[in-house]
Design a protein. Sequence first.
Length: 227
Amino acid sequence: MLTRVRCPLCGKTARRFRPFGGGTVVRPNARCPRCDSLERHRLIWLYLRDETDLFAPAPEPRRMLHVAPEPVLRERLAGEPLIDYLSADLEPGVADVQMDITAIEFADDSFDVIYCSHVLEHVPDDALAMRELCRVLRPTGWAILQVPILLARTDEDPSITDPEERLRRFAQRDHVRAYGPDYADRLRAAGFAVRLDRYAERLGPAAAQRHGLLTQDVIHFCTKSHA
């Protein structure tokens, strides 16, 4: 069999990944047939592994908060001896702790690393959630806070509660907004310094094809602003 793709999370090689999506949007070469990782999971794993200090030796394990943990990433991160790992989710029983990220029950400066992906578009008061995430991040820590960037500018309307109208406006029935590139400005307003890293693009087309990445995806790498 001719191998064209390889999943960096589970090592699966294949001719291609499986398609994934619903409705009129189905992405080819998206889902790993072994571990079910999607493009964004593989991108973040490569970034965490190769571009951050998460797995570097340190005097003490890095305290990490993983919000709404994706099973394929939780499985890898929770077993790392260099990470003091905590997963959290609004729904009971699906993570280490039940947590509302608009009212985080941890002290200021509690975490070295925060990873929160495809969550804030579900949160009515995303500004409060961002401020809370910034509050519990240590001054020397960093956070990766990902959302789908779908529009030229963020579109939100709290009066829209009908699932079908949300689907039309915000691309999913349980989304309360659709973000644009101004998402980075919202993070800055919450107290973060934000670096936009076009990591998939930096890897180049051959690596993107090999790992099944979306080259337009941008990583929002955040630290606490000291301004």
